[in-house]
Design a protein around this ligand. Sequence first.
Ligand SMILES: NC(=O)c1ccc[n+]([C@@H]2O[C@H](COP(=O)([O-])OP(=O)(O)OC[C@H]3O[C@@H](n4cnc5c(N)ncnc54)[C@H](O)[C@@H]3O)[C@@H](O)[C@H]2O)c1
Length: 256
Amino acid sequence: MADRLAGKVAIVTGAGSIGHGWGNGKATAVLFVREGAKVLLVDRNRDAVGETAEGCEGMVAACVEASGRLDVLRNNVGILAHGVAFEHTLADLDRVLAVDLTSVFLGCKYAIPVMIANGGGSIINLSPIASNHHLGPAYVSYPTTKAAINQFTKVTAAQYGMHNIRVNAILPGFIRTPMVELSVVDAFRGKAKLDDAERECTITEYLDKRNAQIPLGRWGEVWDVAKTALFLSSDDSAYISGIEMPVYGGAAGMLA
Ligand SMILES: NC(=O)c1ccc[n+]([C@@H]2O[C@H](COP(=O)([O-])OP(=O)(O)OC[C@H]3O[C@@H](n4cnc5c(N)ncnc54)[C@H](O)[C@@H]3O)[C@@H](O)[C@H]2O)c1
């Protein structure tokens, strides 16, 4: 274990994953603990958190004991609903807004006073690169909601910098997680639309095709995102606030 977060207390929301394997929140929580933080895991799926907690023995209890302070809030929860504007229902939009944006707002609303009392803190939001670029999938509420998170990040960073609270967003590209795998499977089952060329592929061919589109030649891993969250949580990034940090394998040129 290293000690880049030694003595710090963190909350990670969405710390499980919606299927077997590693999600972004799960990997981040594990890395935070390895680096010495006490971490409170939050997830709607208790079993998913249980799987994470088993890998980080005792961390929830340790965090509760230490709950007099909070140094890091890692807002990770996110869901997506398929559907373009004319087919999306108001209920779909409300659900995505509530889970993806309102959760960030509420987390910050209650964390910030504690961080001010601590003398500072680091808030890290997660927002896909799709919040700034249309990548093709037939959805509207997910990128729109996440774009609001980007602006919330910048505004909140400006408003609380004087209290030594840093607020940053990580913008991952394609990261292979249970959420993405299920979404790809859904697309092949017809719940979400594929274009003609994609429809001719098998899932494996589709994933290979996606890999080939990334300049670094592969999808991202949850550890790529978790290590970025570690940097933004630690004092190594003490002068960094209000940024959108892309973690997308060099895809800038493709997204102009
Ligand atoms: N995987 C990618 O390619 C990618 C790219 C960019 C951004 N992201 C973002 O990463 C975040 C996590 O996604 P992931 O791909 O790791 O998915 P994941 O499904 O592996 O993890 C999401 C976790 O959030 C939990 N969750 C969902 N709604 C919740 C709620 N209302 N309250 C508490 N917990 C809730 C789920 O139970 C799950 O454990 C999301 O915000 C997503 O937008 C993912």
